[in-house]
Design a protein around this ligand. Structure first.
Ligand SMILES: Nc1nc2c(ncn2[C@@H]2O[C@H](COP(=O)(O)OP(=O)(O)OP(=O)(O)O)[C@@H](O)[C@H]2O)c(=O)[nH]1
Ligand SMILES: [Mg+2]
Length: 437
């Protein structure tokens, strides 16, 4: 039996992420030999760890997420007596390929990790609850309450890989794309004499003395790819982020194909996918010329490109490393020109930040009012409702947020029910204020 690799989610994945919950604050009092109940000394709970996505050049697919889709960061430790604070939960780092984008439920890109090392907190950990020591004031010398740690919900997110490479290698299956990539860079793609050896894009870095760039092999293109043949056109999207395409053709002799026909067919597939693709600079390389007995084929192909497209063709043998020096000089020169042109244009870097919904939102649901917002929900979640001191403290915090004024504006009247998270309150405006039911 042959193991069948799941292809669907190599460059698209759906993962579940959850930050760690915050640790609870502690209620504790100093105990000494002669004093039964000394000053409060309950430590605070530690914050929960975050789940962080980080773009890493050593990753080249989302394959890992075929097997592992649940990611939860460590919770914060609870606070302890003797003013001992709980440890912060460890962050959970998930390495993803450079070029990973994060999408929201509507398919909109909310973040783009387009450079090595870029990171994003995808799920924040909950805040640690304060211990009773933190609530000491001139009015309240011996607080008997502490905050609970903030619990956080997990969520599903969609991620997609859009490779970032300067150069994209395209060509029909088996023409020698992986061989070329392995000669130009230190990448070690699988090379074999059958089509579809490479099943998802492969990256390699070419470092020259003063210049380095990333090359990607784009696999699986065949005639009819835009209708789903071969691996389809799903990987063509990666070409849109490259600067130059190396189009590899294979000499006729070893195969049933004609490089000139191949060139037309593949360009047509690219055009059907996105017109932008055929406007991109293409470097054409005729490969496997070591198999030729004479120059006939080379002359035929050169003549065609000269007459029809006014283009030069690189005559190479990737296997024998022939013609590769000229090819890489051509690539380097063209890339440098593109970079020069780009330098002249102002660079706009998009930054994505996950925003907290700080603002309070109020919704009327029948005869009740639901209050939403990160801050207001957090303080409710962190309140110990079994403790009357904790409830008075919560009411003070509501006042700071001017919750009464806002509710009155929305038409809430005395006696109405106010819902925050899973707790309900009776609205008593004016005198510090709501009472829990
Ligand atoms: N004679 C000769 N064979 C070559 C040359 N370049 C590649 N090959 C052979 O052609 C076969 C296919 O090479 P790959 O590099 O795997 O081709 P590919 O385009 O990456 O193939 P897929 O990933 O399947 O699309 C292998 O057997 C290579 O050894 C060349 O310049 N000369
Ligand atoms: Mg290959």
């Amino acid at each position: 039996m042959k193991y069948k690799e799941k292809l669907d989610i190599l460059d698209e994945a759906r993962i579940f992420v959850k930050g760690g919950d915050g640790g609870n604050g502690c209620v504790s009092f100093l105990r000494t030999k002669y004093k039964a109940k000394g000053g409060p000394n309950g430590g605070s709970g530690g914050d929960g760890g975050n789940v962080i996505l980080i773009a890493d050049l050593t990753k080249d697919s989302l394959l890992d997420f075929n097997y592992n889709v649940h990611f939860k960061a460590e919770r914060g430790e609870h606070g302890k007596g003797g003013n001992k604070h709980g440890k912060t939960g460890k962050n959970l780092i998930i390495k993803v390929p450079v070029g990973t984008v994060i999408k929201d439920e509507n398919g909109l890109v909310t973040a783009d990790l387009y450079e090595n090392g870029m990171e994003m907190i995808i799920a924040k950990g909950g805040r640690g609850g304060k211990g009773n020591k933190s609530f000491v004031s001139s009015k309240l010398r011996a607080p008997t309450f502490a905050e609970k740690g903030e619990t956080v919900d997990g969520k599903w997110i969609n991620i997609e890989l859009r490779l970032i490479a300067d150069i994209g290698i395209v060509g029909f299956p088996n023409v020698g794309k992986s061989t070329l990539l392995s000669k130009l860079t230190s990448a070690k793609p699988k090379i074999a004499n059958y089509p579809f050896t490479t099943l998802y894009p492969k990256l390699g870095v070419r470092g020259e003395e003063d210049f380095s760039y990333i090359i990607a092999e784009i696999p699986g293109l065949v005639e009819g790819a835009h209708k789903g043949a071969g691996l389809g056109i799903r990987f063509l999207k990666h070409l849109l982020r490259t600067e130059i395409i190396i189009h590899i053709l294979e000499v006729s002799i070893s195969s049933y194909r004609d490089p000139i026909e191949d060139y037309k067919k593949l360009n047509n597939e690219m055009k059907l996918f996105d017109k932008q693709l055929i406007k991109m600079p293409q470097i054409i390389a005729l490969n496997k010329v070591d198999l030729l007995k004479d120059d006939e084929e080379i002359k035929r192909v050169e003549k065609f490109f000269k007459e029809k497209y006014k283009k030069d063709v690189h005559i190479i043998s990737a296997l024998m490393s022939k013609g590769l020096e000229n090819l890489s000089i051509d690539v380097k020169n063209q890339l440098k020109k593109i970079e020069e042109r780009k330098k002249k244009k102002p660079k706009i870097i998009k930054k994505y930040i996950f925003k907290e919904k700080k603002k309070i939102e109020i919704k009327k649901e029948g005869s009740t009012f639901r209050v939403m917002g990160n801050e207001v929900e957090r303080i409710v979640k962190m309140t110990d409702f079994d403790n009357s001191q904790a409830i008075s403290y919560l009411q003070k915090r509501f006042d700071k947020l001017k919750l009464d004024e806002k509710l009155l504006k929305y038409g809430a009247r005395e006696g109405d029910t106010i819902l925050i998270c899973d707790k309900s309150f009776e609205f008593v405006p004016g005198k510090s204020n709501k009472k829990r039911r």
